[in-house]
Each structure stands twice: as structure tokens, then as C-alpha cells.
Design a protein around this ligand. Structure first.
Ligand code: SF4
Length: 384
């Protein structure tokens, strides 16, 4: 596909893509929607090399399990896009997400991929009338489900040929052969409101409730024929050298596939303990109890013009002090990009210090303005 690049504005509702990267403080950011989130070690290694060649070498896995490359320039973004496009299959159009183990998870009630593929194929023309954040989740309801991710339309397998369909706060049980038709009808209703519309704008709808507590992808998951072992990128980010070393280690250990997963994680299919020891030695998170799994942080002033503090660097330094079972969000400014919802403790970069928000969002009014030497004790105090 030819790649005609333009640049996304940093406005609410805009989403960076490979074709339309977004301007940030450290250059252009491209988000890659890798088809089914599956990558070979060779592809991971090549993406790391491309990130170093065309960007600033930083690669992220987002909370929804998409890959991001940072620090592209107006001159390098197009060659990066062309090289990436020829390396991996990139999804475009309507965002239709399935869980990372879809089709291989023996605990899932139904394989969601055929329905997801039908929705993608049937929505090609409609997608141009929908905003880039409109999302359909098709979930087989297995162990690694997507129940914690927001969706405009959520189809969750609940029985043989039965799906729970939720649109906003409304939920109905429908049969599989109705699912495509109802999804398309709802997408058309959203499109008819306007390009910025979401399901919550439909009459009678409110924000989609989060359904059940989800499972951390960090750990070992039995598949039908093998296992998949999850690990996280520290605070969602990796430098290109670590990612290249990860790919090389996978090659040495005979790993043939990675899958991108929610919560800034990746799964290695068929990984053995020796490979996971290498993964840990490279600095990736292999312990679900690691406090960094409870921390969200944007790049802050290290890579965003709006940032008042180097949020990710500060978050990493505070991790050892974080109180047990407490979530922390360190945000470069009040926009709170890394974690739009509430956290137990939020530290917000201000021009003259660190705003402290308890049980709230980055945009909430801070209860105190802290100095740098007060941060450790603030995050060590158990909240709630
Ligand atoms: S929250 Fe972070 S990434 Fe978002 S605009 Fe503020 S500093 Fe930039």
C-alpha cells in the first residue's frame, strides 16, 4: 500500500497511526496496529532496528497492546512507514480487537476471530465515517480476556452461539448470526451522529461498564498445543537495543512467535524457563508482583513539550517505595495521557512542583503541591 503521510494533530479524538503519526515533544509518534498482534522474533528485531534508524530508538507497547515508535521526523516517517508496511501486516480501518490468545486458549467459550474478521470486512466503507477511537471488542471470554479495556461495542462469548452485546451501558444477549448485523447497525448509528461520535453519544447510552477483573498477562498460559508466557515492558517502554536483544534471545531459544498483549505486555509462545531468565536479565518484567506493573507514566518532559516533569524517569525511581496494592500514575501534565482513569495516587507535573491527587485523575484538583524530596514518602503511604 502506498503511504501518504500527514501528521495527526494532538487534539482530543485524534489517534496516531503508521500513516498519520502524531507530533509529540520528542518528534513524531507512530502507532502500529499489527494484525492479530503477532510478530516473529525477526520482525521484532527489524522493528527495533527501524526505530533506531528512523526514530529515537524508543519502542512502546500501549495499554491496549499496540506498538508505538517514537522520535520519527517529517523526513524519516515515510521511509519508516514503507519499511514497516513491507515487514508486517498492518491493520487499518475500524479498530476491532480480539484477545491475544484468541483461537488458542482452551478456556475461551468461542473463537472470536471469525466474527471479528466479518466485522472488519463489512465495515470497510463505514470506517471512513467513524472517528479513529471507535472500537469494537470481540472477546471469546477466555483467561486473558479484554474485559478491562473500554469499547464502544463489546461482544463477549457467553455460550454456544451466544454473545453478550454491550453498547454503552445497554447489554443484550444475541445469537452469533445476529452479531454482525447488530454491530453494523450500531456503527451506522454512531456514524450518523458525526465523525467525533462514540457509542456513549447514542440515545440512552452511558459509559460502558467494566465487566470483570482481568488476569495479568505476566505468567504462563496453557494453550491448546503449547504455552505462552507473558512479560511486560518496564513502564510500557523499551530501548531498541533491549528489544533487539530480546529478539536475538528468542531466536537462540527457538521461539517463533511473540504476541502483543494489553497492559504493556508481550507473550512469548513456547517459551521455556531459560528464555524467561534471559528476558528478565534484559530488564523486562517477568514477575506479576513487580511494583512497576501498578505504575502508569507518560514520557513527560523527556519527550513531550507539554510535560513539566520527566514522568517515566521519576516513576521508575519511585517504584521500590510504592506501597503494596497501590496504583500510581505519574503524569507529565494534567492531560493524564498514560492513564485517563483514576489511580490510588497520581503525581502531576506542575510548573512549580508535583500535584498530589488521591483516588483521582491527573486533571483533578490536587490536594497538595509536593517538592521532589516529598515524593518517596507520598507513594509509600498506603491509600484507601
Ligand atoms: S500527560 Fe504526558 S504525554 Fe500527555 S500531554 Fe502531558 S506530558 Fe505529554
Amino acid at each position: 500500500m502506498s503511504v501518504a503521510l500527514s501528521i495527526a494533530t494532538h487534539r482530543r479524538g485524534a489517534c496516531p497511526t503508521l500513516d498519520v503519526p502524531m507530533q509529540t515533544g520528542d518528534g513524531l509518534l507512530a502507532r502500529l496496529r499489527i494484525a492479530q498482534g503477532r510478530l516473529t522474533p525477526m520482525q521484532v528485531g527489524r522493528i527495533a532496528a527501524l526505530a533506531a534508524e528512523h526514530g529515537n530508538g524508543l519502542v512502546e507497547v500501549t495499554a491496549r497492546g499496540n506498538l508505538q515508535v517514537r522520535g520519527l521526523t517529517p523526513a524519516s516517517a515515510a521511509p519508516f512507514a514503507r519499511a514497516t508496511d513491507s515487514l508486517v501486516k498492518i491493520e487499518r480501518g475500524l479498530v476491532v480487537e480480539t484477545p491475544p490468545l484468541a483461537g488458542d486458549d482452551p478456556t475461551e467459550i468461542a473463537d472470536p476471530r471469525p466474527l471479528a474478521a466479518s466485522i472488519r470486512a463489512a465495515s470497510v466503507l463505514l470506517a471512513a465515517r467513524l472517528g479513529p477511537k471507535v472500537t469494537v471488542v470481540v472477546d471469546g471470554n477466555g483467561r486473558l480476556n479484554l474485559s478491562q479495556l473500554k469499547a464502544d461495542i463489546r461482544l463477549t462469548a457467553i455460550g454456544s452461539n451466544q454473545w453478550a452485546c454491550s453498547v454503552g451501558a445497554r447489554s443484550d444477549v444475541i445469537l452469533r448470526n445476529e452479531a454482525l448485523m447488530i454491530t453494523l447497525r450500531t456503527l451506522r448509528q454512531i456514524a450518523d451522529i458525526g465523525i467525533d461520535a462514540r457509542a456513549a453519544d447514542l440515545p440512552g447510552a452511558t459509559t460502558t461498564p467494566r465487566l470483570t477483573k482481568d488476569t495479568s498477562p505476566i505468567g504462563v498460559f496453557a494453550l491448546r498445543d503449547t504455552t505462552a508466557t507473558g512479560f511486560a515492558l518496564p513502564l510500557g517502554s523499551s530501548d531498541h537495543a533491549s528489544l533487539a536483544a530480546l529478539a536475538a534471545a528468542a531466536d537462540r531459544h527457538g521461539i517463533t512467535e511473540f504476541r502483543l498483549a494489553p497492559h504493556h505486555t508481550m507473550l512469548a509462545v513456547g517459551a521455556d524457563p531459560a528464555f524467561m531468565a534471559d528476558v528478565a536479565a534484559l530488564g523486562f518484567i517477568t514477575d506479576p508482583a513487580d511494583p512497576r506493573t501498578r505504575i502508569s507514566a507518560c514520557i513527560g518532559s523527556d519527550g513531550c513539550a507539554s510535560g513539566h516533569i520527566p514522568a517515566r524517569t521519576i516513576a521508575a525511581s519511585l517504584a521500590p517505595d510504592l506501597a503494596p496494592q497501590t496504583s500510581l500514575h505519574v503524569s507529565g501534565c494534567t492531560k493524564g495521557c498514560a492513564h485517563p482513569s483514576a489511580a490510588d495516587i497520581t503525581l502531576v507535573g506542575e510548573p512549580n512542583g508535583y500535584g498530589l491527587v488521591i483516588s483521582g485523575r491527573a486533571g483533578d484538583t490536587p490536594r497538595a503541591l509536593l517538592r521532589a524530596d516529598q515524593l518517596e514518602s507520598a507513594v509509600a503511604a498506603r491509600q484507601g
